[in-house]
Design a protein around this ligand. Structure first.
Ligand code: ADP
Length: 589
């Protein structure tokens, strides 16, 4: 169905009603005016007739032939109308226009019949004599009480009608002007009615587009005013609600995207409703790309797909752990909870992914560490136990053997002690590092290096190793002196241990690009490059037998690394097998 603008629906009907009323009124007015005019003309003819009737009576009484006809002509000319005198027999004796002899008997003419009976006869009729429409008024002429003739005065209707027509043209012109004015008025009224509604429509369209700042003008008409007020109120409330919803959604998004855990919401058809940054990162997808996709299309991991199926089917929250193979392998712990509406119908499920890779790696490191410690401790303990049993089994009786065995027991006890001491240092450094308890002060590096060298000097002099130091006196850094001394001592001790006798060890400290670097350089056996990446791990040794033989615990470099980290620094190593090694500690200056 074609839709019309309201103004085009109101205007034609309004105009039609106005024009119909105007036409009816004009027609009625024209009719009344016509009637009035005819009555007036008829009355006028009657009055003329009455004025003439005396003269006619007298002329008839004289009885002179032809005199009455002459009178008729004279009167007709004066009154500009046709005057006829008819005897009671119907014979025409005088006529202003025609010769009475040529005229037929008028006894049966309706106006004459009426006049004969004593009344005023009126008729509008076609005159056969004059061949046109005439208005006739006939009056009885009495002589005393005797009817002597009928005097008829007539006027051609064309004269009457032309007067009427000129009157009607004026009326028609007037009506046309009024109709035009009515059309303009109708248009203005239709616009007046339609405009507030048009404004309401435009306002509603703006509201639908979300422009709630716009406010409808309140029109004068009561009904439309209350509609406009209601719409303005509705827009305010919608604005308020949409703001609240947007705020809530933003808050939710902020919470979800700031979560490290991955959160995926799916509907009952397994299509992704939302997926936060955490989940996108873990799964290696872009969250806006996978919205609306099914979990099978979005995530190529069968374990996760199966987990989603289980979560949707299960009534209670479920939990699992599996490996995701994205850029790197990730161990994820997943929790799945089904979403239900107020009536308990399933809406979908929420899956929370927790990256536990680091945790699992740490657990593995701990397990390895415990195994390593047990292994390291078992060797000296087994050895001590063995020799003690041998002593108890009779070797005590042989003083030479007993002494040798006890010396071995004492050495193994020293070794145990060394391992435990190193473990203690390591655990203290780690604990301090974790709890940020290590106090750092700005101190000259030279003093720390000298203290470490002093510690190692006895061992070095036994092996005939010369130790040199290059360090500016004013070189300072924020350090914990005892810890850094321990680290430098460990490095110098290793350099002495793993160098051939009579070689030299050089310790150098300098400022390089905002860092203080302490280098310990030896000219020992060096380390093959494949060992370098793991050298700072606990209990890692290049040559186990040699390390043990030299009283090493395998913890020295791990301690150095942790001390460097506790200072916010790092460690490094360069080594050429056969030529020597250089270990470096980098500190924040
Ligand atoms: P250890 O107590 O065995 O010396 P460390 O952690 O101090 O333990 O050192 C780990 C291993 O690194 C040693 O077993 C040794 O094989 C190697 N290493 C350390 N320092 C040097 C060095 N200066 N020259 C050659 N090898 C070294």
């Amino acid at each position: 169905m074609p839709r019309w603008r309201l103004v085009w629906r109101i205007f034609p009907s309004h105009l039609f009603v106005t024009l119909a009323a105007l036409a009816a009124f004009t027609a009625y007015t024209a009719h009344v005016a016509g009637q009035f005019h005819l009555t007036r003309v008829s009355r006028e003819l009657e009055a003329r007739g009455r004025l003439m009737s005396d003269a006619a009576r007298e002329t008839l009484a004289r009885g002179v032939a032809g005199e009455i006809d002459a009178l008729c002509r004279e009167l007709g000319e004066k009154a500009s109308s046709r005057v006829t005198v008819v005897l009671p027999s119907g014979e025409v004796v005088g006529d202003s226009e025609e010769s009475p002899q040529s005229m037929d008997n008028h006894a049966n003419r309706p106006e004459i019949v009426t006049a004969m009976s004593g009344d005023v006869g009126r008729a509008i009729r076609f005159s056969r004599t004059l061949q046109r429409d005439l208005m006739y008024v006939a009056l009885p002429v009495y002589d005393g009480t005797t009817l002597v003739a009928v005097l008829r005065v007539a006027l051609p209707l064309t004269t009457v009608q032309s007067a009427l027509w000129s009157n009607r043209t004026d009326v028609f012109l007037g009506a046309t002007v009024i109709a035009l004015l009515a059309a303009i008025a109708s248009w203005l009224v239709a616009r007046q009615i339609a405009r507030p509604l048009e404004e309401l429509k435009q306002g509603a369209e703006l509201f639908a587009r979300g422009d709630f700042k716009y406010h409808l003008r309140i029109p004068a008409s009561e009904e439309i005013a209350s509609l406009a007020q209601a719409m303005n109120q509705m827009a305010d409330q919608l604005d308020q609600r949409i703001r609240t919803i947007v705020n809530q959604r933003n808050q939710q998004e902020a919470v979800l995207s700031s979560m490290i855990e991955g959160v995926i919401a799916v509907d009952v058809k397994r299509a992704i409703i939302s997926l936060n940054h955490g989940a996108a990162r873990m799964l290696g997808v872009a969250s806006q790309d996978v919205q609306g996709q099914s979990i099978e299309t979005a995530v190529r991991n069968t374990a996760l797909q199966e987990f989603v199926t289980r979560a949707l089917d299960s009534h209670a929250p479920i939990e699992d752990e599996f490996v995701l193979h994205t850029q790197q392998e990730q161990v994820v712990q997943v929790h799945g909870t089904v979403l239900r509406d107020a009536h308990g119908n399933g809406l979908g499920a929420v899956i929370v992914l927790n990256d536990v890779t680091a945790l699992r790696r740490l657990e593995q490191v701990r397990r390895d560490f415990v195994a390593n410690v047990s292994h390291e401790l078992r060797t000296p303990i087994t050895s001590i136990k063995g020799f003690v049993e041998t002593l108890l089994g009779g070797a005590l009786e042989k003083p030479d053997d007993a002494r040798r065995f006890l010396e071995i027991v004492a050495r193994q006890a020293d070794r145990l002690n060394a391992i435990l001491e190193d473990l203690l240092i390591l655990s203290r450094t780690e604990a301090g590092e974790w709890q940020k308890e290590i106090r750092l002060e700005r101190l000259p590096i030279r003093e720390v290096i000298d203290a470490a060298i002093t510690l190692c000097r006895p061992k070095a002099s036994v092996r005939g190793i010369e130790m040199t130091v290059t360090c500016p006196e004013d070189l300072e850094a924020r350090v914990n002196a005892p810890l850094l001394e321990q680290a430098v001592a460990n490095l110098v001790d290793n350099a002495v241990k793993y160098s051939e006798p009579e070689k030299s060890v050089h310790v150098e400290a300098s400022q390089v690009e905002g860092e203080v670097v302490i280098r310990v350089e030896d000219h020992g056996a060096g380390i093959p490059s494949e060992h370098l990446p793991r050298l700072f791990e606990r209990f890692y040794r290049v040559d186990k037998a040699r390390s043990r033989g030299l009283g090493g615990t395998g913890l020295g470099l791990a301690i150095v690394k942790h001390i460097a980290q506790a200072h916010g620094g790092r460690v490094g190593v360069e080594s050429v097998p056969g030529k020597g090694s250089t270990f470096s500690v980098y500190l924040q200056s």
